[in-house]
Write a protein that binds this ligand. Structure first.
Ligand code: HEM
Ligand code: HEM
Length: 183
């Protein structure tokens, strides 16, 4: 068996990379919707909603898994501010991975728009007053969340690459196990 503290568990890896792929899909779907018009454009948004709610569920599963299987500590050596920045980035990622779907869900609910989960069933709407203004406010928060997500993603990837190429430690290896482990 692999040394347990050297990399994340297979479940954590699947959840990290699965959710990361779905987040990229979300951005692609909105880009596709913006680039098209009519029913096809609305279909992209409809799939965006279903994928977004799936991210919400997977993130709740992920947090549950994380409580049961705490994260591996970062290797010693990085200054305290970098460790705090990494921690803050991770916490804010979780806040957005929950907050963005909730905001989108609330916007659709306040606008009285049905949410179809991949055509299989209608996702229940939140009991909110029907108000276009309220829906608009939730959408503004959703757009703000998207901007914050881009900043976090940039910080996160820069941090991961810095660990790999500058610090030359095993932080990237433990999230991408096929990258060879350094001695
Ligand atoms: C939207 C895409 C992504 C999201 C939402 C995301 C989110 C996260 C979160 C929340 C953690 C903390 C895990 C925990 O301890 O609970 C994490 C860890 C990590 N991520 Fe990402 N990630 C994304 C993309 C990436 C990419 C593209 C890379 C590689 C370039 C990457 C590399 C890592 C690494 C190496 C760790 C482990 C850090 C450590 O061991 O402390 N992630 N990611
Ligand atoms: C983690 C999950 C999600 C991410 C990362 C995400 C991301 C985004 C992004 C980047 C945009 C474009 C914002 C802009 O115009 O600047 C957007 C728009 C939107 N999102 Fe989400 N979203 C998520 C979940 C949801 C959910 C669950 C719903 C609804 C149930 C939703 C509904 C919408 C709607 C209605 C728009 C506007 C589409 C249009 O232009 O007509 N999103 N989202």
């Amino acid at each position: 068996m692999a040394e347990p503290r050297n990399r994340y568990s297979t479940v954590s890896l699947i959840l990290h990379w699965g959710i990361a792929a779905l987040v990229v899909t979300q951005i692609a779907l909105i880009t596709a919707s913006d680039a098209t018009e009519g029913p096809i454009s609305r279909e992209f948004v409809s799939v965006h909603k279903a994928v977004g709610l799936s991210i919400l569920i997977l993130t709740l599963v992920r947090l549950g898994w994380r409580v049961a299987n705490p994260a591996i500590p970062l290797p010693p050596g990085n200054p305290r501010w970098q460790r705090l920045l990494a921690r803050a980035t991770h916490v804010l990622f979780y806040v957005l991975l929950i907050g963005m779907p909730l905001g989108g869900w609330a916007a659709s609910s306040a606008a009285g728009r049905e949410i179809s989960w991949f055509g299989l069933f209608n996702w229940p709407l939140l009991p909110l007053p029907q108000s276009r203004e309220l829906a608009g406010q939730f959408m503004n928060m959703h757009e703000l969340g998207a901007k914050a997500l881009y900043v976090l993603l940039a910080l996160h990837v820069i941090g991961a690459l810095k660990h790999h190429f500058v610090d030359q430690d095993n932080v990237l290896h433990r999230m991408i196990p096929f990258i060879p482990r350094r001695p």
